[in-house]
Design a protein around this ligand. Structure first.
Ligand code: GDP
Length: 181
């Protein structure tokens, strides 16, 4: 069954967004310990597709060796998975482009993996600020990519962007069934 991977810096709002997307509170949990438990959670949605919850990156206090272990682990998963349709890279919309996120996008590009950018926590600041950060991120990406991947602006709090994101997933996977509201 088709898989859609969700990944981002720790605390980016990944669990909240996953739960909001499928309207199942408590489905995804923030329980990943930095560098320690490298767990991949698969959530089967409507018996037709998977949300793949990947461990976050960018923990402040992580040794070089655990960071490398994480990279190896993620690389293994992402490059070997035939049913993987798209990697959703979550970015906190409150911040200006962060090198670690850009690096991850470049790496996905190099691997030829399809990905989309999903900005989170859009309710936390004014729309103007969000737009600014989105524009800056796009600009940074355009230095490397001829084609900018799909971009979504979301809020797990307000539900903003949910329909757009589900619509995109539906488009990528025609057999996909929308979660019931
Ligand atoms: P994860 O570590 O990436 O899974 O992040 P979580 O989903 O646990 O969220 C981290 C923190 O950000 C929590 O305190 C959430 O309540 C908060 N948060 C997540 N998404 C949103 C959002 O869309 N709006 C607001 N205001 N807060 C959010």
């Amino acid at each position: 069954k088709p898989e859609y991977a969700f990944i981002g810096r720790s605390n980016v709002g990944k669990s909240s967004l996953i739960n909001r997307l499928v309207n199942q509170h408590g489905l995804a949990k923030t329980s990943q310990r930095p560098g320690k438990t490298q767990l991949i959670n698969h959530f089967l949605i409507n018996e037709s597709w998977y949300i793949v919850d990947l461990p976050g990156y960018g923990y402040a206090k992580v040794s070089k060796s655990s960071r490398e272990a994480w990279e190896k682990f993620i690389r293994n998963y992402l490059t070997k998975r035939e049913s993987l349709q798209c990697v959703m890279v979550l970015i906190d919309s409150r911040h200006e482009p962060q090198q670690i996120d850009l690096d991850f996008c470049y790496w996905l590009g190099e691997c030829g993996l399809p990905f989309a950018i999903v900005f989170t926590k859009a309710d936390k600041q004014g729309a103007g600020k969000t737009d600014q950060n989105v524009a800056k991120f796009r600009k940074s990406l355009s230095a490397w990519f001829e084609e900018i991947p799909p971009v979504f602006v979301t809020s797990a709090e307000k539900g903003e962007g949910r329909e757009e994101l589900l619509g995109f997933i539906e488009e990528v996977n025609k057999d996909f069934v929308l979660p019931k509201l």
